[in-house]
Design a protein around this ligand. Structure first.
Ligand code: FES
Length: 486
């Protein structure tokens, strides 16, 4: 039987996103068999990939790591029980393959004997035919297929991926991600921006209960929450305490903005990053035992040393314990003043939130346009990183229409564009003719009806953008505005 590989694992092997592969499938450039890719087809479609060298995989992941410098990546080995189970499974695969090979060897011996038997007393014509069959079999057994070395290299890499990671499909939402290193199912879901329900994240509350539909999981962290016998019998487990042994399907609810409760917690300042005299970022580290649940595009109320303010979150929900807010220095904003002038290193930060319901429409496969007006870049940055981690959209275009603070994270946006084939970055300098600029931008999109547009700016900026985009064909319901302070 031909070796079949799931699409997500092929994407990892060839260092491409699933969207690129799905485009190839749609255009007929890559054939699938029951939703899987055959090994021969993989070798045919990607003749230039060096399978015996993972340099390409490393190059892509290095670029991505650089682009998402703040993302936490677990490089540790899987939990020892999980590793043992995976190695055991690999051993079983090996044993089955070896048994099959032995069986084929026996069949060949039997065939050889049968040919000898039939040859006895056979006519010259039959003797010739039997001789040809034997020669054909021996020649083909002796000759390795021309792509045998490549096929072997692919299988070795795929097996390594299977030892180091397991693929997870969440139903009914259809989200997919890999659990790597010693992550739990919950850790991996959050790292990929999949907003599954959870509470304490350490086995006490039971909020992360989910049902294993297929595959095998192992408990990797102890939990105080007691699963009932009925739970256990129906495959219910705690996402924060279990890791997959092999590829699994899990039934769990993905939370929307309204499902996430208002939370209050105390964290501490990790660092303050001054971009320029007008813009700064506050980086916050939340406690391991009390992470903040939020979605890209939401806001939080932050308070330090008696001053506070509500700001858009600029980081991705996939960034584990790190939260970033960006603050513009404005007259009368005591919180901004403190950020620009005081030494806040390690200061306690009170956090309340999240607020706001403008989040990604995860059910939409449409291409995305992001419009960031000035410091409206902060929520747009969070939305973009969230969309990247979910591998949601077929393409993403960021138009950053700067104000006097400029494109203060220009390098980051360029790194995204370098790292991702489906991401375009267009910086626009400050202008007195905003309407004229927006008219020029929409001219680049003759098929605006296909897009979702997320925009963050002042009311006037958003009204101008809405008018231009809808006039040129954007569906009003696919316009997702977020008003920043006017
Ligand atoms: S999140 Fe509380 S038990 Fe898993």
């Amino acid at each position: 039987m031909s070796h079949l590989l799931p699409l997500s694992r092929v994407a990892k092997l060839v260092g491409q996103s699933r969207h690129v592969l799905q485009d190839m499938i749609r255009s007929g450039a890559l054939a699938t068999f029951d939703g899987m890719i055959q090994l021969d087809e993989l070798l045919r479609a990607f003749p230039d990939v060096k399978w015996d060298d993972d340099a390409e995989l490393r190059r892509v992941s290095e670029i991505k790591d650089k682009a998402f410098a703040k993302r936490v990546r677990e490089l540790a080995l899987p939990d020892k029980d999980v590793l043992t189970a995976r190695l055991n499974e690999l051993g079983n695969d090996y044993a089955a393959a070896r048994a099959l090979l032995l069986h084929y060897g026996n069949v060949m011996t039997w065939l050889d004997e049968k040919i000898d038997e039939l040859d006895e007393g056979a006519s010259a014509e039959t003797h010739h035919a039997l001789h040809s069959v034997r020669a054909f079999l021996l020649r083909n057994l002796a000759e390795m297929p021309s792509n045998a070395a490549q096929a072997q290299a692919v299988i070795v890499q795929e097996r390594m991926l299977k030892i180091m990671s397991a693929h997870v499909t969440i139903v009914p939402s259809g989200h997919e991600f890999f659990v790597e290193g010693n992550e739990t199912l919950l850790d991996a879901a959050l790292r990929h921006g999949v907003s599954l329900n959870y509470g304490c994240s350490n086995g006490n509350c039971g909020d992360c209960k989910a049902r294993l539909v297929s595959g095998e999981v192992k408990q990797v962290h102890a939990h105080d929450y007691v699963l009932s016998p009925a739970d256990k019998a129906s495959g219910v487990m705690l996402l924060c305490s279990y890791a997959p042994v092999n590829d699994v399907v899990v039934e769990a609810n993905v939370a929307g903005a309204r499902d996430i409760p208002l939370q209050q917690l105390t964290a501490k300042v990790k660092s303050v990053e001054i971009f320029n005299p007008q813009m700064a970022a506050l980086h916050i580290l939340v406690p391991r035992s009390q992470r903040l649940r939020f979605l890209g595009g939401q806001s939080i109320q932050v308070g330090i040393n008696g001053v506070s303010g509500r700001y858009a979150i600029a980081s991705c929900p996939c960034e584990d314990r790190h939260i970033e807010v960006q603050v513009a220095r404005q007259a009368g904003d005591a919180f901004a003043d403190a950020l620009f002038t005081a030494d806040l290193a390690h200061a306690p930060v009170s956090i309340e939130g999240p607020y706001g319901e403008l989040v990604l429409d995860e059910d939409s496969p449409r291409p995305l346009i992001f419009l960031a007006f000035g410091s409206g870049f902060a929520p747009i940055k969070s939305l973009i990183q969230h969309a990247m981690s979910l591998e949601l959209a077929e393409s993403m275009d960021l138009h950053w229409l700067a104000d006097s603070a400029g494109h203060y994270q220009d390098n980051l946006c360029r790194a995204w564009a370098d790292a991702l084939d489906n991401f375009n970055y267009v910086p626009h300098p400050p202008t007195d003719d905003l309407d004229g600029l927006l008219r020029t931008i929409v001219l680049d999109y003759p098929d605006l009806h296909r897009f979702d547009v997320y925009a963050a700016g002042t009311t006037a900026q958003l009204e101008s953008a809405y008018g231009n985009f809808v006039r040129e064909g954007l569906h009003g319901a696919r316009w997702f505005p977020r008003v920043e302070a006017d």
